[in-house]
Design a protein around this ligand. Structure first.
Ligand code: NAD
Ligand code: IPM
Ligand code: MN
Length: 328
């Protein structure tokens, strides 16, 4: 898959179904004719069990030297002593914008999630009698995520700022900054409390276009949105910073189905398409998206979508369409 001038991609397959869906995405990239130099990086729970370390400084340096990262999923045990590798990566690469498109035949909206602060500040303490997490919302962090969301909304319909400003002063601040940016950019916007947004997403998802919100709300609303689209296994994301980028399905390592060969690879394949677009090949991204749509429309589906297909069947169908296009 590599030649002169090819882009260097760090591949982090991870744990559980991570390696299964990443293998699928790589096969599809190959079928699409992607010219990539792949650098496998082993980090995550498996690595931690093997070596006592989930990710080393040298892994981070390897990743930083690559053009971008294609990521599967990582298991994070709920142990206060264990630091999530994904959060470390988002922080270390300053991947502040988590772009999560939700598309189906009927729906098309994007959640733009702030990815570095809020309740994910890491400022926490666990005592005998109480535990605290500091929710940090900065002007700079809010401005840059609002700018990213406005970039998208300016080309689409409008922006919805999602917050809980009736309770949280930090979200009142987030809302003010997002409003200022939308006003300055001339982007049509509205705002909505997060609980109402959770309700409206189920009741009337078509009313949404680009949603911008803080870190934890964006995490939760994303999985809700995936449920509305039909499955977590369909949904892709880009984690973008000024200089680095990481592409991953929004789902986790799904230990309940890992190793069974039935994980839906579409989220990972679509993440690979987002990566190709970011690398400058929008035409290839479009071809991959088209091949995914054809496979789904032909009824090649994994059990999460009510089908009886396996990961390999979906992969083969998508790759097959791409190869036949190349020949035709
Ligand atoms: P999960 O997203 O792994 O799974 C939730 C449910 O969705 C499960 O029933 C699973 O079988 C199903 N599912 C997820 N992806 C699927 C796919 N591609 N095809 C078919 N079904 C799919 O969430 P969880 O079970 O709460 O978390 C498992 C582990 O993953 C935890 O350790 C969590 O911290 C981690 N996690 C990692 C990431 C990441 O690395 N990006 C994201 C979310 C969760
Ligand atoms: C996601 C995941 C991560 C998050 C976890 C694994 C740290 O749920 O990417 O949606 O909360 O951001
Ligand atoms: Mn999540």
């Amino acid at each position: 898959m590599s030649g002169q001038g090819s882009k260097r991609v760090a591949v982090v397959a991870g744990d559980g179904i991570g390696p299964e869906v990443v293998e699928s995405a790589l096969e599809v990239l190959d079928a699409a004719g992607a010219d990539l130099d792949l650098v496998q990086v082993e980090v995550g729970l498996g690595r931690w069990k093997r070596t006592g370390e989930a990710m080393g400084d040298e892994d981070l340096e390897t990743i930083k030297r690559c053009d971008c990262v294609l990521f599967g999923a990582i298991t994070t045990p709920p142990d206060p002593g264990y630091r999530s590798v994904l959060l470390r990566l988002r922080r270390a690469l300053d991947l502040y914008a988590n772009i999560r498109p939700f598309q189906s035949q009927e729906l098309d909206f994007i959640i733009v999630r702030e990815n570095t602060e809020g309740l994910y500040s890491g400022l926490e303490e666990v005592g005998e009698k109480e535990a605290r997490t500091m929710r940090v919302i900065t002007r700079q962090g809010s401005e840059r995520i609002a700018e990213a969301a406005c970039d998208m909304a300016a080309k689409r319909r409008r922006l919805t700022i999602i917050h809980k400003s009736n309770v949280l002063k930090s979200d009142w601040f987030f809302l003010q900054v997002c409003r200022e940016v939308a006003e300055r950019r001339g982007v049509p916007y509205e705002d909505m409390l997060v609980d109402a947004a959770a309700y409206n997403l189920v009741r009337n998802p078509r009313r949404f276009d680009v949603l911008v919100t803080t870190n934890l709300f964006g995490d939760i609303l994303s999985d809700e949105a995936a449920g509305i689209i039909g499955s977590l296994g369909l949904c892709a994301s880009a984690n973008l910073g000024k200089t680095h980028a990481l592409f991953e399905p929004i789902h986790g390592s799904a230990p309940d189905i890992a190793g069974k060969g039935i994980a839906n690879p579409v989220g990972a394949i679509r993440s690979a398409a987002m990566m190709m677009e970011w690398l400058g090949d929008a035409e290839m991204a479009h071809r991959i998206e088209g091949a995914v749509s054809r496979a789904l429309a032909a009824g090649v589906r994994t059990p999460d979508l009510g089908g009886s297909g396996r990961t390999a069947d979906v992969t083969e169908a998508v790759a097959g369409y791409l190869r036949s296009e190349e020949r035709g």
